[in-house]
Design a protein around this ligand. Structure first.
Ligand code: DGL
Length: 280
């Protein structure tokens, strides 16, 4: 039997994503709460996750969570919709009690689902996300629980993450795939007035998505809502907030070559960084 830790450890907030996308969430969280320490882990060597099976996404995500726990994080945010959709519940319910019941793992889908109730007027919303997130129907389920009057239409966008991970999100070629998925979504429900960007990579394509989307439709990137929801979580859970160290520090880990990560991550964050290599 595993013994319970006698003293509760303190450390940084762990932020996990399959690659670069979680940096868009980290940026917003750090803007709202600059006092905390952060440890970012990107599994760039194995990204994208969006086309992988449930079992593989779960296995990879659990490895990442264990690593962030080993490095002292009392709390890990899965800043990845695909991991939140496919692995979060199992990790929370099955693994966490075995590993360390005093730690927490949070996702990004619930905070995003919460915000749409106040935004949509037509009560018809669209979701752009990876094939894995759409197939899991997690958004439909979460929004259905919170706002049963809203009709949700999911559109999987399998080409968007590869365009971003390969640094092609500003290229002319990207316009074709942006237009394509927007047209597909709107042909399935013309009453949509709000679209959630349900993948943390997509803010990088925001300008193109905005340009190709009719003006009356609101686009919702998640970072801001996830950040506000985390701040609210800390207000409700002072025992966890007290375990987060507060030196305003940040470290980056990547399963890819750090030099490559540094160049691309700087574009997401707007500052230069110095990542370390991690093997999961
Ligand atoms: N950024 C991730 C998400 O929010 C995953 C992208 C991927 O690895 O496919 O879904």
């Amino acid at each position: 039997m595993l013994s319970k830790p006698t003293t509760l450890s303190a450390g940084p907030i762990g932020i996990f994503d399959s690659g670069y996308g979680g940096l868009t969430v980290l940026r917003q969280i750090r803007q709202l709460m600059p006092q905390y320490d952060y440890l970012y882990l990107g599994d760039n060597a194995r990204a994208p996750y969006g086309t992988r099976s449930f079992e593989v996404v779960y296995e990879f995500t659990l490895q990442a969570v264990r690593r962030l726990f080993d490095m002292g994080c009392p709390l890990v945010v899965l800043a990845c919709n695909t991991a939140s959709a496919k692995a979060l519940r199992t990790i929370q319910q099955r693994d966490l009690p075995q590993i360390d019941a005093s730690r927490r793992v949070l996702g990004v889908i619930r905070p995003t689902a919460e915000c749409v109730g106040d935004i949509s007027k037509t009560r018809h919303i669209g979701i752009f996300a990876t094939p894995g997130t759409i197939r899991s129907q997690t958004y439909d389920i979460e929004i259905g629980k919170l706002h049963p009057d809203i009709t949700v239409t999911g559109q999987s966008c399998p080409m968007w993450v590869p365009l971003i991970e390969n640094g092609e999100f500003n290229s002319d070629g990207a316009d074709f795939f942006v237009q394509k998925y927007i047209d597909q979504l709107l042909s399935r429900d013309a009453d949509i007035d709000t679209i959630i960007l349900g993948c943390t990579h997509y803010p990088l394509l925001y300008d193109k998505i905005r340009r190709h989307t009719p003006k009356h439709i609101q686009l919702i990137p998640q970072g801001e809502y996830v950040a506000r929801s985390l701040a609210d979580y800390f207000r409700r859970h002072p025992e966890m907030e007290g375990r987060i160290t507060q030196n305003g520090g940040i470290r980056f880990l990547t399963t890819e070559q750090p030099s490559q990560f540094n160049d691309n991550a700087a574009m997401f964050l707007g500052e230069s960084i110095n990542a370390e290599h991690a093997v999961l």
